[in-house]
Ligand binder design. Structure first.
Ligand code: GMT
Length: 376
């Protein structure tokens, strides 16, 4: 199949997932065309089945806001026509689903039909999409897509709850590539971070409000009070400053390291004992799945799609959002007992296998076939 993938090229979950999906499909022989405004972060290697089409928006003094949507729609028309695409798969509803609809209508006037699959990732529905400023366009473009997927059953339900959407939404979970995410021996590195054999806790996110990074620091404070530990905070974003201030206030600076944005997340997860994800909103939790694939149990909140991934009492524990005391208690429970920790590690890996790329990719392929067969 010749597939156009539209996504955000950044480190965010939707962009990562879209890129990994494209690369996985390319390995199976599909011709993949990424269409976005920058080279996607994880698109670093050359693959003969992968092309990247950059969307450029020229500045003009009249424009207060650069008309990215218009430039993207024009680029989609161009790529669909000249690369003879069979299908467009857009990730993150805003603005991609609406722009794809526009491109589709333009192409129809020229006698070319292009089906559009939209994947809902989370904040496009839960935070941004339900904002009244976007809601009518989001609902319309979901209803007009030829296929719609959501990354968890919870997100699917939230979409029905927030929007006037009648069409069927198929749940296809996030996936993981075990060729990359697997436990490896990084003992020398572990020694550098935790020279006295301290436990290592890890948090990876974009440091937005929804990630509740302050809760991560508060949980760590309690854990470090009972068990010698170190905390690695990976990623960057608006809440980093306040998290750093809290570390200073709680006198934790010697035990917490802010590593900023990192590419080789799997190498950091290789030395981790526990992953913290106390999010206030999380449609699936790809970062937690990456940790589980590297045999790291997860202490998380119980919002959104997290209960579909993290099995309470088996792969980790879940608590209500903001219940820092309980999350710390659970963390200490796992970390203080080596045998229990190893059992949780094994369970986390077993559960992560359910989301192996080789299981999930065929679900997307089958869905594309289904959408293509409905061609009207
Ligand atoms: O807000 C983020 O964490 C980034 C966001 C995105 O859309 O880029 O991630 C969302 O999509 C991921 C991939 O499907 C999911 O695993 C994340 O749970 C989801 N984030 C939220 O719902 C907050």
């Amino acid at each position: 199949m010749k597939i156009g993938i539209v996504c955000y090229p950044t480190y965010g979950g939707s962009g990562v997932l879209a890129t990994e999906l494209g690369l996985g499909l390319a390995k199976k022989g599909h011709k993949i065309h990424f269409i976005t405004y920058n080279q996607p972060a994880r698109l670093a290697v050359f693959d003969e089945n992968v092309s990247y089409h950059e969307v450029r928006v020229d500045r003009y003094p009249l424009f207060q806001y650069a008309p990215y949507d218009t430039a993207l729609a024009s680029k989609l028309v161009d790529v669909v026509k000249y690369e003879k695409l069979d299908l467009l798969h857009v990730h993150y509803a805003i603005p991609h689903a609406a722009v794809a609809y526009m491109a589709k209508q333009i192409l129809l006037t020229e006698g070319k039909y292009i089906p559009v699959v939209t994947t809902l990732h989370g904040t496009d529905i839960t935070l941004v999409g339900s904002n009244k400023a976007f809601a009518p366009v989001v609902a319309f473009s979901i209803n007009q897509s030829d296929g719609v997927t959501a990354v968890s059953g919870s997100l699917r339900q939230q979409t029905y709850d927030y929007f006037d959407v009648q069409r069927e939404i198929k749940v296809i979970y996030n996936f993981i590539d075990f060729n990359r995410f697997k436990k490896s021996n990084k003992d020398h590195f572990k020694k550098a971070i935790a020279p006295d054999g301290e436990r290592i806790l890890v948090h990876v996110s974009n440091f937005r409000k929804a990630k509740r990074v302050q809760d991560v620091v508060k949980i760590f404070k309690q854990v470090a009070g009972k068990i010698p530990s170190k905390l690695l905070l990976i990623g960057d974003g608006p809440e980093r400053q306040s998290a750093e201030e809290l570390c200073r206030e709680l006198s934790l600076c010697d035990d917490i390291r802010f590593l900023g944005k990192q590419d080789a997340i799997e190498e950091l997860l290789a030395i981790a004992d526990l992953f913290l994800m106390p999010s206030g909103s999380e449609s699936f939790g790809l970062a937690a799945l990456e940790a589980m694939a590297c045999e790291v149990p997860v202490i998380s909140s119980n919002v959104g799609g997290l209960p579909e991934l993290n099995i309470h009492g088996k792969t980790g524990f879940m608590s209500d959002v903001g219940n820092v005391d309980e999350m710390a208690k659970h963390a200490i429970h796992i970390l203080k007992d080596e045998n229990l920790l190893n059992q949780f590690r094994a369970n986390a890996l077993e559960q992560a296998r359910e989301f192996d790329l080789s299981r999930i990719l065929p679900k997307y392929e089958a869905y594309y076939e289904e959408v293509l067969s409905q061609k009207t």
